[in-house]
Design a protein around this ligand. Structure first.
Ligand code: FRU
Length: 474
């Protein structure tokens, strides 16, 4: 078997072939979750961007469709969003029952915002004759419109990434847009560019209230190099976003791994779900896979969690595999300096539950392959951080790949650890999703073992489960 086929994800969406990056146009409509995405139908390189298309009824099993939106004389089709125009505010539909409208950037001589509409559940799209709906304003990076309906002000709101800040626009009909406000110039963007924004209104799980969240993808400038997603919490009044965080505050990263980017949420759902591109612009173009290039992360349900007067993003991963076999391992005390091994597979959900957390413990888990490669996660309460090591397997395609990946524990001792292992990636969720880290890996062998190790204190495992997830591909 070619190593490339060996690394084809079995639990994550990949196009059958060719290049994919950001998720686009995420919308739930008439029983289907739509996943459009940045796609080059001709080659495994970032060029000639179209919107590829897949649908799902459970956010987990995906079916790929024909390309949905193709380039025209205004340019290629960059990232954007889609909404259900329920009341036909746009007038683009014959009946009052409306349809789907996509809002996206066209990358031509400059970047401008255009719209298209679909009357057949997203299968085919007509471009609006009057495109662009927001022409270029001489800003070089002017892209990735994310639109949603704002109930209180009874208008569509667009948040748009503009290099080192975001702009907000309002519209009654998705066609005529009025500039409302800007946010973020005084906040750090390092050497990077702000991309793929999102504006969310999320429940605070342990309080009875909701808060606004502004999502920012930044590239480069991520905590471990290259691309990453961070967020602000605050308020939004239909005109401007007011953050709780000050410019000098530590940035809050949504996912501390190196491979979770351009994540945005589905429109028209009751709970809030998002998905990200499982790659990093540092090495996306040279990732050692073929004939496809890149996978999406798994979808995750979002909420906020209040801790020490701070609001943290919580992500619960979605796996819809109701008849997966679950192997349960009994509890064990692992003395400091010792290791305990458990058999696992390489398309698996692993859940480790500790009986109690300990003071300043350092401990962790290692995923090992039948060729003795080790992918190690070290959790260190004292330094309030965790480190993932992926310097084994195939790494020589980029010097940025095998470096250590560090995340913050948010001052929480780790009680639960969930890992989704899928051939060429490990998504980690600590403390029920209060910390997340998504990383690709390219082992030569097959992951067969989980080792739990204790460094300076005994670790009391309550139980470990290995859920044998089935491939999502028929
Ligand atoms: C983010 C991004 C977007 C842009 C798209 C182009 O990964 O750079 O800002 O719209 O990719 O494919």
């Amino acid at each position: 078997m070619l190593y490339q086929e060996k690394h084809r994800p079995q639990l994550h969406f990949t196009p059958k072939e060719n290049w994919m990056n950001d998720p686009n146009g995420l919308v739930y409509y008439e029983g289907e979750y739509h996943l459009f995405y940045q796609y080059n139908p001709l080659a495994s390189e970032h060029a000639n961007m179209n919107w590829g298309h897949a649908t799902s009824t459970d956010l987990y099993h995906w079916e790929e469709h024909e390309v949905a939106i193709a380039p025209d004389e205004l340019g290629t089709i960059f990232s954007g969003s889609a909404v259900v125009d329920k009341n036909n505010t746009s007038g683009l539909f014959e009946s009052d029952s409306g349809g789907l409208v996509a809002i996206f950037t066209q990358d031509g001589a400059s970047q401008q915002q255009s719209i298209a509409y679909s009357k057949d559940k997203g299968r085919t799209w007509m471009k609006y004759e009057g495109n662009p709906v927001i022409p270029n304003t001489k800003i070089k990076d002017f892209r990735d419109p994310k639109v949603s309906w704002h109930e209180d002000s009874q208008q569509w709101i667009m948040v748009l990434a503009c290099g080192d800040h975001m702009q907000f626009y309002g519209s009654p009909n998705l066609i005529d847009w009025t500039y409302l406000s800007s946010f973020g110039k005084e906040y750090p963007s390092y050497d990077g560019v702000w991309e793929c924004p999102d504006l969310l209104y999320l429940p605070v799980e342990n309080r009875s209230k909701k808060e606004w969240v502004l999502i920012v993808s930044i590239n480069p400038g991520g905590p471990n190099g290259g691309s990453a997603v961070y967020y602000f919490t605050g308020s939004f009044d239909g005109k401007a976003f007011q953050p709780n965080e000050k410019p000098e505050d530590t940035l809050k990263w949504a996912d501390a791994g190196k491979d979770f980017y351009a994540a945005v949420t589905w429109d028209n759902t009751e709970d809030t779900y998002w998905i990200g591109w499982m790659n990093n612009w540092q090495y996306a173009g040279v990732s050692p896979v073929s004939p496809w290039l890149s996978a999406m992360s798994l979808a995750r349900k979002l909420s906020l969690y209040e801790k020490d007067d701070d609001l943290l993003l919580k992500q619960e991963v979605i796996t819809a595999d109701s008849d997966a076999e679950v192997i349960s391992y009994p509890g064990a005390t692992i003395e400091s300096g010792e290791t305990e091994s458990y058999e696992i597979g390489d398309t698996a959900q692993i859940d480790v539950q500790l009986a109690k957390t300990t003071g300043n413990s350092e401990w962790g888990v290692t995923f090992t392959t039948d060729q003795d490669e080790a992918f190690r996660l070290v959790i260190d309460k004292q330094s309030n951080s965790y480190t993932f090591h992926r310097d084994q397997g195939i790494t020589d395609f980029s010097e940025d790949f095998p470096t250590e990946v560090k995340g913050s524990l948010n001052k929480e001792a780790v009680k639960t650890l969930k890992a989704i292992v899928d051939k060429a990636s490990i998504e980690l969720f600590l403390n029920d999703g209060l910390s997340a880290a998504t990383n690709t890996i390219y082992p030569e062998g097959t992951i067969t073992q989980l080792e739990v190790f204790a460094v300076n204190e005994a670790v009391q495992v309550e139980n470990i489960t290995w859920t044998k997830l089935h491939s999502i591909w028929k």
